[in-house]
Design a protein around this ligand. Sequence first.
Ligand code: NAD
Length: 501
Amino acid sequence: MKSVKHWINGARADGDARSAELFNPATGEVSGHVALASPADVDAAVAAAAAAFPTWRDTSLVKRVRVLFRYRELMEAHRDELAALISAEHGKVHSDALGEVARGLEVLDFACGIPHLLKGAFSEGVSTRVDSYSMRQPLGVVAGITPFNFPVMVPMWMFPIAIACGNTFVLKPSERDPSASLLMARLWKEAGLPDGVFNVVQGDKAAVDRLLEHPEVRAVSFVGSTPIARYVYETGASHGKRVQALGGAKNHMLVLPDADLHLVADAAVSAGFGSAGERCMAISVVLAVEPIGDELVRKIVERVERLVIGPGDDPRSEMGPLVTRAHRDKVASYLDLGVQEGATLVVDGRDTIVSGGGRAAETPGFWLGPTLLDNVPAGSQTHVDEIFGPVLSVVRVASYDEGLKVINDCEYGNGTTIFTSDGGAARRFQSEVEVGMVGVNVPIPVPMAFYSFGGWKSSLFGDTHVHGTEGVHFYTRGKVVTSRWPDPSHGGVNLGFPTNA
Ligand code: NAD
């Protein structure tokens, strides 16, 4: 049985006695326990981060970057180990876990360019013999609170840039899959990061609440569900903190009749069922512009029936289990609800055969196979709720305009995509759709690390997206210096407002 603890000031810390069970989602068995931080544990981590800040802030850019490069090498060398830790606690298949590590490493690549990213502007002679220049400085102690679905990638959207900018960091990972955070912490130490610059507190609401009210925490980055994102944003802001809080999603794929339906079916199945649909950029609704609905559903079914469902550590598996029993049950409840609301259950994931097991609904572990609901009524609960599992809904619409309205009426605005051969329609879509990340014939349009990631509406609270230049902006504050080196000609008192001459 593993016992997952905190990481404070460069060492493992046991903290207070509260803990939660960890599970192997493929078997449903308890695999260990994770400590749940008390407010005093959080205070210890923040105190370590605050103590480390002045020295780290004053460490030269070149020295900071050398640590980042060493960390990059170590993370690269431990890719497989990180992926195995993710897969054991989250359930996703090993190849998918490797993909998440790769996308996290891209943010580290970006952060290695911090000397260039932190360059300010300089204007010579803004007034007579007066120069002006700008600089961006770190905030101090910053915190990251992250969800279960990407235990490596989402923390890495945050801490490489925060630390590169000269801040010190406290990570509060999801209590469902906390182990990878400790390996990432150990590797920072091995890379030469001074103790206290990166800390991990494991925990639940008690830890989050203390971070949100702690006077030394200057900024909070949050990724998780919409109700908690809203809570974190409001509570953090009411305590005077800078907050970016990314929430839930319901992502639509709009398919126009001129699209290549083989490509569309491949994309819908990959984006709908990858990571068992537990991705904030998963496609969960296909909007089929008639008359293609029947043919598209047929093509999706052919592909779904060939998917191999099994444990994440079996290389033959393409899709693993869901993260917890409670989540599996909640997701599965939408199958009956969908039918009650008028949808047709075309593929029932409860009947999927799990490799090495039996019917998903009867196999130990948190299993639900890929599920397809057709003719889901627009606006029904099955259509609008974030289900966050392997349930793909097909909503049939009569036109581009009707499809666009369905997307723009949605509470969430994280990701969306259009499949078409018509450049004009795609161009109209990217301009008219009210969503933060848009694909054109690309099923999961996750921006690269050098762009910024974030949705609109209830998918993001705050105005700054994560990573890319917006990440640098979030973790720094600006200063403008106006400078004159005295010269005898400048003597004399003048009470007028300074004007430029
Ligand atoms: P969650 O909101 O339950 O948990 C996220 C974090 O908040 C965890 O660290 C958790 O410990 C903490 N938390 C949970 N309940 C809390 C409470 N009452 N008070 C304070 N803190 C609390 O989310 P999850 O189930 O771990 O992750 C899935 C959700 O995350 C989905 O809604 C998904 O769309 C979203 N997500 C969004 C993005 C994005 O970029 N927008 C990315 C990944 C995941």
